[in-house]
Write a protein that binds this ligand. Structure first.
Ligand code: ATP
Length: 468
């Protein structure tokens, strides 16, 4: 689907405008009768064939289409199948001939809003068209609300009130409604993964799977077996056949993380898979059709990688119909207070205690830092401050202390805790969760984790854990 269609889907929603009803029927008398029936509540447009309907759709997008199945040349179902996958598509009501039950089922499966079998009752027609119009207007209202929220700096689990992030969220909101392949670029920890998930969650594919593969974490031959799957006996150890990520993501979203690190041979194979909409399992002979929307991410500047000869240009154009750039945190320090607020609330929920308050000077200190590890580093620094701060309030010194713990000589980053601290953080998280699962009962918790009751008591004291 082209972006133009996406935008046009948002235009016809001004409240003072009559909704638009497109009547597609080759019989002029039928079009006339329907027009008379609805003309006071709708602006009526007409088409006598599928090609004519396509033309009308381009210039005058309707809210509802009454689409006759029996048309000369291409039938109504062909048009329905073409339009329905577009989330901005009008509500389509297919009119079938008498006794067309099987067709009706196919129409509903293909995304029709409803169907009517001839001869139908006028009141029934009125009811179905009115319901479809109502549904369409609700859909638009939701779109508008989400869009407005994105403009206010919230995109699902993502927060960011800076102008750059608001703009990004609004674009992402629109792109999510489409089926376009998206490339997300940004430094490590800027939120590429979470943005990809939020786009999927708002997309028409949200009921299907979001399947992720980190292309940099695996050697070349494993990336391929992960992506394309394998047949039994394809290689030593392939004891049974396995579907790859492409197949697993059929009708859903495939998230290809760190694509900039893919070997040239893998790039060629991915290109073939996205071009053909089909994959071949390793050791297999058949191709399997797959319908996936890709979202890719990279912390490497891919246009630069193309210039350097490390990334295929043709693959880039396949994967990057839209590119979203997430700016590094140091370029949007205005976002830090809202992020602190969000993470602090999450930490309170995670540890089931209110913990210390954040002081203004601590936030100022956080805004001073350059955050090479971006939002992930900020989140980790906050967790450390939450757990380690001694008083009722986190001071700038607490942030400092957690930034460069006395036992850690090398690290100047706020990101990496040293071993002792990592262990302590783990114990706090683990024991808090286990205590919560056991309703705060120490004896039961100790039993469930295979620890002596007294040792657990001591740990609780040592770590200063609150029991739920
Ligand atoms: N704007 C944001 N609002 C709330 N949380 C965020 C935001 N950006 C990132 N995060 C959080 O920061 C952490 C890191 O984000 P994420 O894993 O998506 O980054 P990434 O860019 O994919 O990193 P990498 O390149 O290392 O894979 C996650 O816990 C994520 O939820």
């Amino acid at each position: 689907m082209a972006l133009a269609a996406l935008w046009s889907g948002m235009i016809g929603s001004e409240p003072d405008m009559k909704p638009v009803l497109l009547v597609v029927d080759d019989e002029e008398a039928a079009r006339y009768a329907i027009g008379r029936l609805f003309h006071s509540d709708f602006r009526i447009i007409e088409a006598g064939s599928v090609p004519e309907a396509r033309q009308r759709l381009r210039t005058d997008p309707p809210d509802v289409i009454l689409l006759d199945y029996d048309l000369p040349g291409e039938n109504g179902l062909a048009l329905l199948k073409e339009l329905a996958p577009d989330p901005a598509a009008p509500a389509i009501i297919l009119i079938t001939a008498y006794g067309g039950e099987r067709l009706a089922v196919e129409a509903m499966k293909s995304g029709a809003y409803d169907y009517l079998a001839k001869p139908y009752d006028i009141e029934e027609l009125r009811l179905v068209v009115n319901r479809a119009t109502e549904r369409q207007s609700l859909k638009r209202e939701v779109e508008h609300l989400r869009y407005a929220r994105a403009g206010e700096g919230q995109f699902g689990r993502m927060t960011g009130g800076s102008p750059a992030m608001r703009q990004l969220f609004q674009t992402a909101e629109r792109v999510a409604q489409s089926d376009l392949p998206v490339l997300i670029q940004g430094e490590s920890g800027t939120g590429k993964d979470v943005l990809a998930q939020e786009i999927h969650a708002r997309s028409p594919r949200s009921a299907r799977r979001f399947v992720a593969l980190n292309c940099s974490a695996l050697p070349e031959h494993l990336v391929e077996s992960e992506l394309f799957g394998y047949e039994k006996g394809a290689f030593t150890g392939a004891a049974s056949a396995r579907a790859g990520k492409f197949e697993q993501a059929h009708h859903g979203t495939l998230f290809l993380d760190e694509i900039g690190d893919m070997a040239p041979a893998t790039q060629a194979k991915i290109l073939r898979a996205v071009e053909n909409g089909a994959v071949e399992r390793l050791g297999g002979v058949n191709t399997v059709s797959v319908n996936v929307r890709t979202i890719s991410a990279s912390n490497k500047d891919l246009p630069q990688a193309i210039r350097d000869g490390g990334f295929r240009e043709d693959l880039y154009y396949r994967l990057a119909a839209v590119t979203l750039w997430i700016p590094p945190l140091r370029d949007r320090r205005d976002d830090i207070p809202a992020l602190v607020d969000l993470f602090w609330r999450e930490l309170r929920a995670k540890y089931s205690r209110s913990g210390p308050d954040m002081s203004r000077e601590a936030i100022a200190r956080l805004q001073d830092h350059t955050w090479p590890g971006n939002v992930r580093e900020l989140r980790n620094a906050l967790e450390r401050a939450f757990v380690m701060a001694h008083g009722d309030s986190v001071t700038a010194a607490d942030i400092q202390a957690s930034a460069a713990p006395a036992s850690s000589k090398s690290s100047t980053s706020l990101d990496e805790p040293d071993y002792r601290e990592a262990k302590r953080l783990f114990e706090i998280e683990y024991l808090t969760r286990k205590l919560r699962e056991n309703g705060g009962n120490v004896t039961r918790t100790a039993e469930s984790i295979g620890m002596a009751r007294q040792s657990l008591q001591e740990k609780i004291r040592e770590l200063g854990l609150a029991r739920p």
